[in-house]
Design a protein around this ligand. Sequence first.
Ligand code: GUN
Length: 285
Amino acid sequence: MTAQLIDGVALSRQLRGEVAGRAARLTAEGHRPGLAVILVGDDPASAVYVRNKVKACEECGLHSVLERYPATLSEAELLARVAALNDDDSIDGILVQMPLPRHIDAQKVIAAIDTAKDVDGFSVHSAGTLTTGLPGLRPCTPYGCMKLIESTGRSLKGLHAVVIGRSNTVGKPMALLLLQAHATVTVCHSATPDLALHTRQADVVVAAVGRRNTLTADMVKPGAIVIDVGMNRNDEGKLCGDVDFAAVREVAGWITPVPGGVGPMTITMLLFNTLEAAEARRAGA
Ligand code: GUN
């Protein structure tokens, strides 16, 4: 049986429509949700990412500000910009694009962002709310993966989920979100001796490693939900994920393609977080 495709482009379109509607309502009440994006340095890939974030904001009726600085910007200057944006009432979300130049302590910068405006969900505070199950802003990529899984209509309660990768931005928060949805969760990583032993028992596999062909067809339980967070290039230079898509789709029940799966959802959840931050700030104001 061939797996059903989980279409991240279609789901993104639907969710962005919802964001646009809610943003229009807030705007009519006198507060247009706003996102500030800070880019330090001239990394071309980062420039493309931030441009896409700003463009997506505009398409959904959100206010957006892009601040670009040279790689020579000092840590103190960046912290001063973050402090100014914390105090700026027209800004509900602050995103400092990573990676930062080496002379800037990224953790210090993330910690300086007002927790109510931490739309990346990267702060220790946001990680704490996720760990304890308190309301808070969730990291965009794993949050998007949860929406993709939800779109299959299968309840996660009682399912066994395997996360491959333990990064602070994807693997760890992904495991916590799955746990919160009542899955039994295993986290595998580079020191896991027999990855296939775990994935073969999984009803849900989330691959977030950054290495192509990490998950092959023989490692997948028939009917499983497979979410591919990877963004790699194959020998022909074509974008591909961590999953051997052509073979795994013949075994899995549902699968996300690359491109067109998790990728579009990451920006969509950033918009969603900005909107939620705006709504929360208005409710608290
Ligand atoms: N660099 C690559 N992805 C991201 C992201 O989601 N947020 C930030 N701040 N930087 C990134």
